[in-house]
Design a protein around this ligand. Structure first.
Ligand SMILES: NC(=O)c1ccc[n+]([C@@H]2O[C@H](COP(=O)([O-])OP(=O)(O)OC[C@H]3O[C@@H](n4cnc5c(N)ncnc54)[C@H](OP(=O)(O)O)[C@@H]3O)[C@@H](O)[C@H]2O)c1
Length: 273
C-alpha cells in the first residue's frame, strides 16, 4: 500500500516576489498549507490568489522585532504549528569600498541577519517538533521523520569569499551562514533540522538592475526546485548552481589568486582607476 504524505505547514518570508514566490507556489501546488509574509501586501495577495485554499497572507516586516509575538500568534491561528520555516527575505545594497556607509550596512544587516534572528524567535515555539513528542508506538525511523521540524535560511554563494562591492551584502550572508550552522548544532537534539541555502545568481527583482556579468544565471522556479529537493533531503547546505559553487569554494582556498583575478578584472573595466 502506498503511504500518504501529510501536507506540511510552511512559513516563507519574503514570498511576494522572486525565489520566495516560486517556493510558495510550488509548495502550495503540492498541497501544503503555506503562510507567506513580506511588506508588500499587493504582491503577497497576488501570489495567494493563485492557490487561495493553500496560501495565507500576513504582512510582516522581518526587521520589526516589536511585532514578533503578534506575528507568531497570527501564524498560530492560521496554521496551528509549523513543519518548515523558510527565512528567505533578503535585501542587497552594493558598496563603494573607499566610501563605506554605516547606515547602508545597517539596512542590509537588519534584513539579512536580524530578520533571520527575528524569524527564528517567531517560529521556534510553533515548530511541531517542540509541540509533539516522538510517538513511541511508531517504528523509530518513521517517527523521527514525521516529527522533525525544519528551519531554513537563505544566504548566498557570495558568503564563500570576499566579492568586490559586496562588503555589506556578502558579509551579512556570511553571518547568516554562521548563525544557522551554529543553530543546527544547538537544536539538533530537539528534533529540529537547520539548512542553509546559498544560491548563485537567480533572475529576480533583486538582480534585475545588476549591470555586471552573472555567470550561470538561473530562473526563480529552477532555484525553488533545487531548494525544495534540498529541504526534502534535509541537507545541511543547499548550494547551487554546482559549477559556481565549486569555482568559489576552490577560490576560497586560494585567496591570493582570487585577489589577483579580481584586481585584473577591475583594472580592465576601469583602466584609469
Ligand atoms: N537573486 C539572486 O541572485 C540571489 C542570490 C543569492 C541569494 N539570494 C537571496 O535569496 C533571497 C530571495 O531574494 P530574491 O532574489 O528572490 O529577491 P527579491 O525578489 O527581491 O525577494 C526578496 C524578498 O524579501 C522581501 N523583503 C525585503 N525586505 C524585507 C523586510 N524588511 N521584511 C520582510 N520582507 C522583506 C521582499 O518583499 P517586500 O519588499 O514586499 O517586503 C521580497 O519579496 C534573499 O535572501 C536574497 O538575498 C538571491
Amino acid at each position: 500500500m502506498k503511504a500518504t504524505i501529510a501536507a506540511k505547514h510552511i512559513w516563507i518570508t519574503g514570498a511576494g516576489s522572486g525565489i520566495g514566490k516560486s517556493l510558495a507556489l510550488a509548495y502550495a501546488k503540492a498541497g501544503n498549507q503555506v503562510v507567506i509574509t513580506g511588506r508588500g501586501e499587493t504582491n503577497l495577495n497576488q501570489v495567494a490568489a493563485i492557490y487561495p485554499d493553500n496560501i495565507t497572507v500576513l504582512v510582516w516586516d522581518v526587521t520589526d522585532d516589536q511585532s514578533c509575538d503578534a506575528v507568531r500568534a497570527a501564524i498560530k491561528v492560521r496554521l496551528g504549528w509549523l513543519d518548515i520555516a523558510i527565512f528567505n527575505a533578503g535585501y542587497c545594497e552594493y558598496t563603494d569600498g573607499a566610501n563605506l556607509e554605516t547606515e547602508s550596512f545597517r539596512r542590509v544587516y537588519e534584513v539579512n541577519v536580524f530578520g533571520i534572528v527575528n524569524g527564528i524567535t517567531v517560529a521556534m515555539p510553533l515548530l511541531k517538533a517542540l509541540n509533539e513528542p516522538l510517538d513511541s508506538s511508531q517504528p523509530l525511523n518513521d517517527s523521527i521523520a514525521r516529527s522533525r521540524s525544519q528551519i531554513v535560511g537563505v544566504g548566498s554563494l557570495s558568503a564563500l569569499i570576499g566579492m568586490p562591492t559586496a562588503e555589506s551584502y556578502g558579509s551579512s550572508k556570511a553571518a547568516a551562514n554562521y548563525l544557522l550552522e551554529a543553530l543546527r548544532i544547538d537544536v539538533a537534539d530537539q528534533n529540529i533540522d537547520v539548512s542553509v541555502v546559498n544560491p548563485g545568481f537567480v533572475e529576480t527583482p533583486m538582480t534585475a538592475t545588476n549591470n555586471f556579468p552573472m555567470p550561470f544565471l538561473m530562473d526563480a522556479d529552477a532555484a525553488a526546485k533545487r531548494i525544495m529537493s534540498g529541504i526534502e533531503a534535509r541537507r545541511h547546505k543547499i548550494q547551487f548552481p554546482r559549477r559556481l559553487h565549486w569555482i568559489l569554494a576552490l577560490m576560497a582556498c586560494f585567496p591570493g589568486l582570487w585577489f589577483r583575478i579580481n584586481r585584473a578584472i577591475l583594472a580592465r573595466s576601469n583602466p584609469k582607476g
